[in-house]
Write a protein that binds this ligand. Structure first.
Ligand code: BT5
Length: 309
């Protein structure tokens, strides 16, 4: 697996986990002892705590909850899904970066985004402490399957964070948004590159101006983001495989079990139009079925609002 920036450091971290002398590290990595020292200083700047003792050598005491190397560790067994990792301390939007890369099987992740994107040109507030990442999918799906993919990603995240799903793409905890998902297309129409962008409020302060929540509010403590990322990616890999293998029906059932929307009176707004009714089901295309006066309407996308009874 290719890690950008570099993967020599990953090797170093593995040695530090067990403990090793500067001399041994230098030999193993084929670099000078001064270079080893410099690499260790760089890791310390990233939040790694490393002890240095005479005779014993260097040993890793504590790792930060997120770094390119911690991400690489949790992606180790996901080679079918991810072949390359691009890590940024800060970028405009991981979805934009992923689009530019123009290749499948890439994970782009950032500690912070300056122009995180939502749907319909909206913003995703991306302060440090959250999880912001985009995946380019290794196998292409048909364009018609994109709505299903959004719902599939929602199921994968909701199971991991213990949330419920608001059609189409919100993961809620206690009725507040903890995660947003933005699937986008790039490349040619016949062979599109699909990008799945996921933002999760983890240790960041949930933006006060929205009905939002962070996992740290839910758990009353900060959580390890790499661990959450690993769980989400592994769960997504499972459901994505199911989607590719034509098992959308099973995913759809799971979505319904986790749904926060079904059974509610809703308004869906899309392109200046408005659809009202009771949300009764999602169909085989991932569209929401609204029932009003015995008539059922299918809504394929849009923003869903709950109507208070
Ligand atoms: C979404 O759009 O919910 C999709 C968000 C996807 C973000 C990820 S982060 C990694 C990747 N890179 C990107 O640039 N984007 C993806 P939408 O359904 O349009 O919801 C946007 C709305 O959610 C905003 O208008 C706010 O009301 C609300 N919002 C913005 N930031 C939020 C946050 N941090 N937590 C909760 N709600 C937020």
């Amino acid at each position: 697996m290719k890690i950008i920036p570099d993967d020599k450091t990953l090797k170093l971290i593995r040695m530090l986990e067990k403990g090793a002398s500067g001399q041994r590290i230098a030999e193993e990595l084929g670099i000078s002892r001064t270079s080893v020292w410099k690499m260790i200083k760089k890791l310390e700047k990233m939040g790694y705590k490393i002890s240095a003792k005479r005779k014993v050598g260097y040993k890793l005491v504590e790792a930060p909850d997120l770094s390119p190397y911690e991400v690489a560790k949790v992606c180790r067994d996901l080679r079918n899904l991810i072949r390359e990792i691009h890590y940024y301390d800060v970028t405009d939007s991981t979805n934009v970066r992923a689009k530019e890369l123009k290749k499948p099987g890439v994970l782009v992740i950032a500690e912070r985004q300056t122009a995180g994107r939502g749907r319909f040109g909206r913003k995703w507030i991306s302060e440090p402490g959250g999880l912001y990442f985009s995946l380019t999918l290794p196998k292409s799906l048909r364009i018609e399957d994109i709505p299903k993919l959004t719902l599939t990603a929602g199921v994968a995240v909701a199971e991991v964070v213990g949330g419920r799903l608001k059609w189409t793409n919100d993961v809620l905890i206690d009725g507040k948004k903890v995660c947003g998902i933005l699937c986008e297309l790039a490349g040619e129409v016949e062979n599109p590159l699909i990008i799945v962008g996921i933002g999760i409020n983890v240790n960041n302060q949930a933006p006060k101006e929205f009905n939002a929540i962070s996992l740290k509010d839910v758990h009353g403590r900060e959580l390890n983001r790499s661990e959450i990322l690993g769980k989400v990616l592994r769960n997504f890999a499972k459901y994505y495989e199911m989607l590719i293998n034509g098992e959308w029906g099973k995913i759809r059932e799971r979505w319904k079990e986790l749904s926060d929307t079904l059974g509610r009176q809703v308004v869906v707004r899309i392109a200046g139009r408005e659809y009202r009714g009771k949300a009764v089901d999602i169909d085989e295309d991932g569209a929401l079925l609204l029932e009003k006066d015995g008539k059922v309407t299918r809504v394929y996308s849009g923003e869903c609002f709950y109507v208070k009874n």
